[in-house]
Design a protein. Structure first.
Length: 425
């Protein structure tokens, strides 16, 4: 398990920490030279992703894609409904005394349950921290829920480390939840409140409850046979559009059809036309547009996707991104980088795909920076994602042995990158 980077370092009082980070946040938004030196690398990287995703730091509230029947349907279809009694027993029953909110969301960052202290719930609803809302990084920037899902690890975010100013009065600790049978990411558990929720024991508590949830899921969902027997494969890494292989026969897909299949493969419980529209288009798009695209996809690849209504894959579709994710989940960073030829659908601007791209790339990059050996780092540095990454090349140089013949290459690349950055500045 990766070492947790504490949101609130020992010996630093919350008020001082808040002021220091708030100044760093304003410097970052103003693009001042050296901005971000006073924040943790995890936070700075998330701020950069948030800026790249054009998140408005003055956004008042997160979007709310699930309301009324849609929320009820999402809850009823999600396997985490089986373990909510455990969450309530271990966390929610004490929430009023501890002054926290307990939140459970799905793998897309949509909050399915938000329970706990009544006063905090009312205050949190003003910024849509409530059931039905979406808290991915591309929705509202750096936050424990979205960043934990992006990195696939436990994350603590303290006050002014949040990207959106409206969230900065709050602190939170979140941990991803995985399917105990497949290791696939299926949700997230979060506690939100004051500075106390980012103390080390809060991370231990959240991780422990997630472990209990996953154990319970193994008992209530023993039937791995729910996965269809027929399987296909979708290649999406380092490709402008996908390659689908069914029954040993390759099919070259359009970018839009690749995006549709990729999103459905990541959501085995299915997606409605409105949910797909939300994940496919940068701007609002009519559901009829999605239905038309889906109709064309079903003609191009018959019998793969269910008819209109709630779209589902009729067979298991394994992606090469899944292979990398599995290696990362197993702690095999060398194997992961060997299977990573480049970013996931680099030409796609579909919001849902962009999020998946950032999650996988961020997870791999952070694992390599934390614990990758020189050879794994060199391999990654030669991909399109890593060849101009100064931090990666510095890590390569740091971890090469003094006698390595590759030190000269790494030093030359770093000098060139530093020189180019100097010209840009």
């Amino acid at each position: 398990m990766p070492r947790l980077s504490l949101a609130l370092p020992h010996g630093v009082d919350p008020v001082t920490r808040w002021r220091v980070t708030a100044r760093a946040h304003e410097s970052f938004l103003s693009a001042e030279p050296g901005a971000g030196t006073d924040v943790r690398p995890l936070v700075l990287e998330s701020w950069r992703r948030s800026a790249a995703l054009h998140v408005d730091p003055d956004r008042a509230a997160s979007p709310v894609p699930l309301v009324d029947d849609a929320l009820a349907e999402a809850r009823a279809a999600h396997p985490l409904r089986h373990v909510m009694p455990v969450v309530r027993k271990l966390l929610v029953e004490d929430a009023a005394d501890t002054g926290v909110l307990v939140i459970v969301g799905d793998a897309e960052g949509r909050l399915l349950w938000a329970e706990g202290d009544d006063d905090l719930r009312r205050r949190a609803e003003r910024m849509h921290l409530m059931a039905g809302s979406a808290w991915r990084e591309d929705d509202i920037g750096t936050n424990a829920i979205g960043t934990a899902l992006t990195l696939g690890e436990t994350v603590q975010v303290f006050g002014s480390e949040h990207y959106a100013r409206t969230v900065q009065p709050w602190s939170c600790t979140a941990s991803p939840i995985r399917d105990p049978h497949t290791g696939a990411l299926i949700g997230v558990l979060d506690i939100t409140g004051g500075a106390s929720v980012v103390e080390p024991q809060s991370a231990i508590l959240v991780r422990s409850v997630v472990a209990v949830m996953e154990s319970e899921l193994r008992l209530v969902r023993p039937a791995a046979g729910a996965v269809p027997a027929a399987t296909g494969r979708l290649e999406v890494l380092g490709r402008d559009r996908g390659l689908l292989v069914l029954g040993g026969k390759p099919v070259e897909l359009s970018l839009r059809h690749t995006e549709l299949l990729l999103l459905l493969s990541a959501n085995p419980d299915g997606l409605s036309a409105s949910e797909l529209a939300w994940q496919l288009y940068e701007h609002d798009a009519a559901e009829v547009t999605v239905r038309a695209e889906m109709s064309r996809l079903r003609k191009a690849v018959p019998d793969l996707v269910s008819p209109a209504g709630r779209y589902r894959l009729r067979m298991q579709l394994r992606t090469d991104a899944d292979d990398v994710t599995d290696r990362l989940a197993d702690g095999d960073h060398c194997g992961a980088v060997q299977l990573y030829p480049g970013d996931l659908l680099p030409r796609s601007i579909a919001p849902g795909v962009v999020t998946m791209r950032y999650r996988l790339h961020g997870w791999l990059r952070n694992v390599l920076l934390q614990s990758g050996d020189a050879e794994a780092l060199r391999r990654y540095a030669r991909t399109a994602s890593g060849r101009e990454d100064v931090q990666i090349w510095r890590a390569v140089l740091d971890r090469l042995s003094p006698a390595s013949p590759h030190r000269a290459e790494a030093a030359a690349v770093l000098a060139d990158l530093d020189d180019n950055l100097g010209h840009v500045g």
